[in-house]
Every structure is written in C-alpha cells, then in structure tokens.
Ligand binder design. Structure first.
Ligand code: DQA
Length: 144
C-alpha cells in the first residue's frame, strides 16, 4: 500500500512561520516522523510540497491509480481552490484533509473548506499530530 502526503503553500516555512499558531516543528521533521511510522507499518509513503496551485493539481491527478490514500494539507488553497477540489473529485483515491490549526476557531475566512465535501474526512486542530492521526487512520483501515 502507498500513501501520498501533499502540502500546499507556505508549509515549507513550518518551524519559523507563525510558531504560536503552527508550532516549531519543520515540514522535514513531520515527514521524517510520518516516514518512520509508515515504515513500521510496512506501507510506502511519498511527500510533496508546493506553493503553486497547478503543481498540486498535477500531483493529485498523477496520484490516481498510484496511491491508496492521500493526506493533504492544502493550506490557504483549502478555502478557495475550486481547481483542487475538482482534481480531488476527479480521482478515485480517498483523501484526508488535514490542518495543523483549528480552522474553525480562527478567522471567518478559514471556517469553510471547499475541499471538505470531496474529502473522505477532515482532521484539524491537533497540531502536527493532525498528520499523524490521518496516517494512523489509514494504517488502521489498511489492516482491516
Ligand atoms: C492550515 C490552515 C490554513 O487556514 C492556512 O492558510 C495554512 C495552514 C493549517 O495547517 O492549519 O496555511 O492549513
């Protein structure tokens, strides 16, 4: 089984970006933690981050038939990218939307996700453990 972890704009700056909201862990740290857990569970895992909407659309399209699950923190694109929503709707790979912060208790414009209706589910507000929880859910589902 294979999992693809996608991260959108500004998440390459994790660790130094608004640490009071996003913490001090870097994206590389998160990816290493996820890779270790995936290895332990005997599943493959790939990572991709981009600040560009079209590059993320390309990755979502390419993931079809190549991955069993996608974990996606689309960052700001979550709130307005119909292109990403349509790409997710176009593929057969179940996708878990994740956010580090609790988008529902932040600014009004973060409360809605245009991706959520085409995602399998959403995990937010657990800090970087949002990613780990998504991976854990996938490991659990793959074992069943
Ligand atoms: C985020 C929440 C988004 O509103 C924001 O634009 C981000 C990060 C999160 O992980 O909490 O860049 O997706």
């Amino acid at each position: 089984a294979k999992v693809l972890v996608l991260n959108g704009p500004n998440l390459n700056l994790l660790g130094t970006r608004e640490p009071e909201i996003y913490g001090s862990t870097t994206l590389k740290d998160i990816e290493q933690m996820m890779a270790a857990r995936a290895k332990e569970a005997g599943i493959g895992i790939d990572f991709y981050q981009s600040n560009h909407e079209g590059c993320l659309v390309d990755k979502v399209q390419e993931a079809n038939h190549h991955y069993d699950y996608i974990i996606f923190n689309a960052a700001a694109f979550t709130h307005y990218s119909i292109a990403l929503r349509d790409a997710i709707a176009a593929i057969d790979v179940p996708l878990i939307e994740v956010h580090i912060s609790n988008i529902h208790k932040r600014e009004e414009f973060r409360h809605s996700s245009v991706l959520a209706p085409v995602a399998m589910g959403q995990i937010c507000g657990l800090g970087i453990e949002s990613y780990m929880a998504a991976l854990e859910a996938i490991i659990y589902k793959l074992k069943k």
